[in-house]
Design a protein around this ligand. Structure first.
Ligand code: S3P
Length: 441
């Protein structure tokens, strides 16, 4: 393993302005799901706009090890030759899911009902993340799964006859919901999942598009077991979570309106737009027409520079903006007045403890803040100090602090940035083209 000093880093010049019209890479959540459902379907699934990032490539490699034939005719295009619900075969070695929590949790749901055993492992960060949350409901369905004190490796003894259950999720988690629904495809009877609050619904939409028998009943989703999936065409929109860095950058420093094109605007993902608008941001969303209720909506998003004011974030918006908090906190650090986020305990178990990582970065930047058990309080500053911020190997922490340089008085070093390639390959080049003074350190 490389020492921290040898790890990739950025040096970002202070200040600058943002401008341009561009898109960002494809949606990570949707790309993972398209691969998995394509693998379980009958026929060939054609995916366009696929995210060619390390996380989704880990899913593709794992499915390849399980006997699925996957073609890559172009960088962002994939053809998955479906193996069918019962066509996966045992992998010869443990499946390495890299940094991808989504891949590990959803694949646990896919692999629990198979006729063979599997083991899932990951990188240093993933090996520390909680898997109990998916194991508990799957065990209620009759699955045989072992972890190491709730963490990977995840060892699955395949159990073809799972029971359908009704599971009430203790926390709003799309990954847990998805793992149960995927296992429910194989269970005898109707599997029902109830969420405490809405979380991203890509799995439900895509299962519908692949012909699963699925119904939404208020906060519950019911799926009939034993219904085969049929291949589909999946057009993946650009990832809202990647666009978020440039949305905040433009709020802070747009020279002219910034236009981000073909961005996924599924309402279970766009809580950040509501938060920034409440802070005073001028953001206009030009929606494209959608093909049907299961299609993923996309839009062009126009952002102008605005004076931001601090807010108290309603807890109901936390699951709808969960991955955007690192960059939201940067917006709060540059806003006038105080911002308070509570009810965001989940941020402590992402790729890093994001509350702690952001608090440490804000300390370096001289921003008054208080780290709370389940959130952060921040008093915005006129300008930020420069200095060295450790991303802790977390892609979104790295990109968020690169954006903070727009309001810094001195250069900012961001350490340990290689994992940006998990979700946003090409971020550094795009950030430079948009106006950020970012260079490899
Ligand atoms: C994801 C769900 C969210 C999110 C993650 C991707 C998904 O995690 O933070 O980046 O694709 O289902 P949780 O399910 O843990 O909330």
């Amino acid at each position: 393993m490389s020492t921290p000093a040898a790890r990739a880093a950025w040096r970002v010049a202070p200040g600058g302005t943002i401008a341009g019209s561009f898109t960002v890479p494809g949606d990570k959540s949707i790309s993972h799901r398209a691969l998995m459902l394509g693998a379980l379907a009958e026929g060939d699934t054609h995916i366009s706009g696929f995210l060619d990032g390390e996380d989704c490539l880990a899913t593709a490699r794992a499915l390849g090890s399980l006997g699925v034939h996957i073609e890559r005719p172009a960088p962002n295009e994939v053809i998955v030759h479906g193996a069918g619900m019962h066509g996966l075969v045992a992998a010869a070695a443990p499946l390495d899911m890299g940094n991808a929590g989504t891949a590990m949790r959803l694949m646990t749901g896919v692999l629990a009902p198979q006729r063979f055993d599997s083991t899932l492992v990951g990188d240093e960060s993933l090996m520390r993340r909680p898997m109990e949350r998916v194991v508990v409901p799957l065990q209620m369905m009759g699955a045989h799964i072992q972890t190491h004190e709730g963490r990977p490796p995840v060892q699955i003894r395949g159990t073809p006859q799972l029971r359908a259950i009704h599971y009430s999720l203790p926390v709003a988690s799309a990954q847990v919901k998805s793992a149960v629904l995927l296992a429910g495809l194989y269970a005898a009877g109707i599997t029902r999942v109830t969420e405490p609050a809405p979380s991203r619904d890509h799995t439900e939409r895509m299962l519908g598009a692949f012909g699963a028998s699925l119904r939404r009943e208020g906060r519950s989703i019911a799926i009939d077991g034993g219904v085969p999936l049929s291949a589909a065409r999946v057009a993946v929109p650009a990832d809202f979570s990647s666009a978020a860095f440039f949305i905040v950058a433009a709020c802070l420093a747009a020279e002219r309106p910034l236009l981000l094109t073909n961005i996924g605007v599924n309402p279970t993902r766009t809580g950040l737009l509501e938060l920034l608008r409440r802070m005073g941001a001028d953001i206009r969303v030009h929606e494209h027409g959608v093909a049907g209720p299961d299609a993923e909506p996309a839009a062009d998003i126009e952002v102008r520079r605005s004076l931001l004011r601090g807010i108290t974030v309603p807890e109901s918006l936390v699951p709808l903006s969960i991955d955007e908090f690192p960059v939201f906190f940067v917006a709060a650090a540059c806003a006038q007045g105080e911002t308070l986020v509570r009810g965001a305990l989940e941020l402590r178990v992402k790729e890093s403890d994001r509350l702690a990582a952001v608090a440490a970065g804000l300390e370096t930047l001289g921003v008054e803040h208080q780290l709370l058990t389940d959130g952060l309080w921040i008093r915005g500053a006129e300008s930020l100090a420069g200095g060295t911020v450790d991303s802790r190997g977390d892609h979104r922490i790295a990109m968020a602090f690169a954006i903070a340089a727009l309001r810094a008085r001195a250069p900012l070093q961001v350490l340990d940035v290689a994992n940006v390639a998990t979700s946003f390959p090409g971020f550094a080049a795009l950030a430079r083209a948009a106006g950020l003074g970012l260079a490899a350190a």
